[in-house]
Design a protein around this ligand. Structure first.
Ligand SMILES: [Zn+2]
Length: 671
């Protein structure tokens, strides 16, 4: 996980109910034309195209509270920059200021949250109140209020993804930087609309967070328990899925548990679960039977999702270049067209490699595949060491947070960075004691440092924590290169979330090697990783397609009721299953792909997971046999181009699942 500091633009993009009192853009087209004419009169016909674009961009975001039509025209006429020197000078000034504003605000926020994020002793009542202080939430409102944002909108283009894909190849770095700077003002969502978005996502989040299943309360048709231990309380879907994965190789009792968990998931997706079973401590129920009418949970799951849809739908009129949430996720955030993401996923789901891998898994299991085997977990490998043995090694090596900080140069040279680069990086990364599992918090200002949060219990670092810390270190290293070595601050970072995760996976996959545990079984471990990742990409790729299909349905049926959304979701899940899974699993109409909680509370986030797998294999292939440190640095410092332009720069080819499929095919051939 990487915690992004640039949440401002994101918060503005999310959003709700279009009330009569909600501000909306209202400058008439005739005023736009008259304003352009005035600018052309002053600067000549050469200014016309830019003036038209700039004045339109301002008008699309100008509310009555910003001034009347006369004030609008005067603002545009007075602030239009006619020559390239002025454009360059003003861009540089804006960029310098924004780096300091965003960067310092991040530092303030980091400090306000320190007692809650870091293991620094008890959290006081005052700490909790301070944690609610978020000065950054108002920055873009202030930039619009002071007309700084309008100055930028008048003079620099807000590009659509199609423009970037069509023209970006010929752009200079400066043009890319101006284009990326303007993304933050692509939308101007009124505060009351944005608040409804936050409320809807929070409500969905809380619903999911409270959706736990008491496992020892599950019984079969005869009333007999499945043997889950008392007190085992699992959250949907993560907890249920991980429990299911843990019962491979246990014989008939394990298999009965896995089948029961599948049934529980199906009841949840179909909303045929008894309401009393949700976090019900003493309610026993049989997941093989649907809840009786009157006992079932009403369609709350789908009502929460509809709440999210209605809230973000209300923000659509405020996002002229991406007027649907689907476009905002794919074209603004991810910068890959929805169609292209779909094709990439299908290239995995439809592959011969997946079918061959299914045969390998079936052989290993010694039984026909069952639907829950989309979560088959038999390909992990730990260099022949048990978790306890690995814990002993990491405990001794990293007894404290300070020892992990001191160990950074050794880890980095171990990965293949030069000793100069390793110490340069180590000086830019602060290791903090985390309360949670860990995360990487990048810097935003180049004078600041990035933070690696890791949990080291008394007695030393456990292997699981170490494995996560190496992943987070991958984020921190990427963050250092893509910020501190960048030519234009507006380009700092990577194209999207899937890229930062892919770069972190590359580090994480080498964690045992860094403990000196590489050796004879390296090749075998690499094979297992390829098979595991292909199977995961297959599983989550289908889930992502369901997520995408459900959002298309909601936009096509904005008045749908929760029950209709439920039926539509199940039908989409069955359809995806029948197309890409039924030929492999030889069973039809399975609805399991609809169980993911992200679909309810994370709004089209799921496609980033399979994309992350696909990208990391492309990178690993590029790094293999080359100077790892130099290559990692080279690709990371390209900045926030489009994913396609970034990948061309990194591996001289487009975004493609071929590297993943090739690696898995080679691995499956020797199994
Ligand atoms: Zn991560």
């Amino acid at each position: 996980m990487a915690r992004s500091a640039l949440s401002f633009a994101l918060a503005a993009m999310m959003a709700p109910l279009l009330l009569a009192a909600t501000p909306h853009p209202s400058i008439p087209a005739s005023v736009v034309e008259a304003t352009v004419a005035r600018i052309v009169a002053a600067h000549g016909a050469v200014a016309e195209a830019r003036a038209h674009r700039g004045v339109t961009q301002v008008a699309q975001r100008w509310f009555a509270s910003d001034g009347d039509a006369a004030a609008f025209t005067a603002f545009c006429a007075d602030n239009f920059l006619a020559d390239e020197v002025a454009l360059a000078t003003n861009f540089a000034r804006l960029e310098t200021v924004l780096e300091q504003v965003d960067g310092h605000l991040l530092e303030v926020r980091r400090m306000l949250l320190t007692p809650q994020d870091l293991d620094t002793g008890p959290v006081s009542a005052l700490d909790l109140k301070l944690g609610d202080v978020d000065l950054g939430a108002h920055v873009d409102d202030d930039l619009f209020g002071t007309k700084v944002a309008f100055f930028a909108l008048l003079n620099y283009p807000v590009n659509t993804l199609s423009e970037r894909l069509a023209e970006g190849g010929a752009w200079s770095r400066a043009t890319w930087a101006r284009s990326r700077m303007m993304d933050r003002w692509a939308a101007r969502v009124p505060a009351q609309v944005a608040q409804e978005v936050t409320k809807a996502f929070t409500a969905a989040d809380q619903y999911i967070a409270g959706y736990n299943i008491q496992m020892n309360r599950l019984v079969d048709a005869t009333g007999k328990s499945f043997g889950f231990p008392a007190g085992l309380r699992l959250i949907t879907h993560w907890g249920l899925r991980d429990e299911l994965k843990s019962h491979y190789g246990e014989g008939p009792e394990g298999l009965a548990k896995q089948r029961a968990i599948q049934k529980v998931m199906e009841r949840i997706a179909r909303q045929e679960i008894p309401k009393a079973a949700i976090d019900g401590l003493d309610f026993s129920w049989n997941p093989y039977a649907a809840a009786k009418p009157g006992e079932r949970e009403p369609d709350t799951r789908y009502a929460k999702l509809l709440g999210v849809f209605r809230a973000v739908h209300a923000a659509d009129p405020y996002c002229p270049t991406a007027p649907t949430f689907i476009q905002r996720k794919f074209e603004l955030d991810r910068q890959i067209p929805e169609k292209q993401v779909e094709q990439l996923l299908v290239s995995v789901l439809d592959s011969k490699e997946v079918k061959d891998l299914a045969a390998v898994i079936e052989k290993r299991l010694g039984r026909p595949l069952e639907p829950f085997d989309i979560w088959y977990a038999g390909f992990s490998s730990r260099a022949g060491k048990s978790e306890a043995e690995l814990d002993a090694i990491t405990r001794a090596k990293y007894p404290t947070v300070a020892s992990f900080q001191a160990g950074l140069p050794e880890i980095l040279t171990g990965l293949g960075f030069s000793s100069e680069k390793a110490s340069w990086l180590a000086n830019r990364i602060v290791v903090d004691p985390s309360r949670g599992a860990g995360h990487a918090m990048g810097a935003v200002r180049r004078e600041d440092q990035s933070h690696l949060r890791t949990r080291i219990p008394v007695g030393g670092m456990l292997y699981k924590g170490y494995n996560i810390a190496i992943h987070e270190l991958g984020h921190n290293v990427e963050q250092s290169f893509s910020l501190d070595e960048i030519d234009y601050w507006s380009l700092s970072g990577v194209p999207n979330n899937a890229f930062t995760e892919a770069l972190a996976f590359v580090f994480q996959a080498r964690d045992l090697e860094l403990l000196g545990l590489s050796g004879a079984d390296d090749v075998e471990r690499r094979r297992n990783a390829a098979l595991n990742d292909l199977w995961s990409a297959y599983e989550i790729g289908g889930v992502a397609l369901v997520d995408m299909g459900v959002w298309r349905y909601m936009y096509a049926h904005p008045e749908a009721a929760a029950g209709e959304l439920r039926e539509a979701t199940l039908s989409i899940a069955r359809d995806i299953w029948n197309r890409y899974y039924a030929p492999v699993f030889r069973v039809k109409d399975v609805e399991l792909l609809a169980v993911y909680s992200h679909m309810i509370s994370n709004g089209l986030y799921l496609p980033d997971y399979p994309l992350g797998h696909i990208i990391s294999f492309q990178l690993v292939k590029q790094f293999r046999g080359r100077d790892f440190g130099a290559e990692f640095e080279r690709v990371a410092r390209q900045g926030r181009l489009t994913p396609d332009a970034w990948m061309q720069g990194a591996v001289s080819g487009p975004l493609s699942a071929q590297a993943l499929l090739d690696e898995a095919r080679a691995a499956a051939a020797v199994k």
